[in-house]
Design a protein around this ligand. Structure first.
Ligand code: OFO
Length: 162
């Protein structure tokens, strides 16, 4: 495996685990605020991020590369309203999309067809990730300051399946 591709994949493994940590922190924040539905949504999101990291981890090993696990930074200590938390999640997903696209470009440049194919799944996944977080932001904007609307959304988000 090309060393540049390998190091970018290892960096992406770190970024996916950081996403998991970020969403787990958001889930805890919502649990503490008694928003159990938002907490459930974020916990499932955190679980998905670990799966993303493990998908890349397996890919590096299958291609004979070296997995280098890096330090994962802590998530923010303080979080705000549901709207601000989901806005932060959307901004984070946009950043991750940019990283996946750069990684895709690099795999192409290095003629690493296997990595390019592996990354196609991630390109699609990021469309879904931005769509889900974006929808949540729009719905929370509509709820505004209404406690009844927020509780209704909390209930709805609690129905998210794995
Ligand atoms: Fe792994 O998709 Fe979000 O970060």
């Amino acid at each position: 495996m090309d060393t540049k591709v390998q190091s970018a994949l290892n960096e992406q493994i770190r970024a996916e685990l950081h996403s998991a940590y970020l969403y787990l922190g958001m889930s805890a924040h919502f649990s503490e605020q008694n928003f159990d539905g938002f907490a459930h949504w974020m916990k499932l999101q955190a679980d998905e991020e670990v799966e993303h990291a493990m998908k890349l981890y397996a890919h590096v090993l299958r291609c004979g590369g070296h997995v280098e696990l890096k330090a994962v930074e802590a998530p923010p200590k303080k979080l705000g309203s549901p709207l601000s938390v989901f806005q932060a999640a959307l901004a984070h997903e946009k950043k991750i999309t940019g990283m996946i696209h750069e990684l895709f470009d690099l795999a192409r440049e290095k003629d690493d067809y296997a990595t390019e194919l592996e990354l196609q799944w991630f390109v699609n996944e990021q469309v879904e990730e931005e769509e889900n977080a974006g929808r949540a932001v729009e719905q929370l904007k509509m709820a505004g300051e209404s406690t009844a609307a927020l509780l209704m959304l909390d209930h709805r988000f609690g129905e998210r399946g794995g």
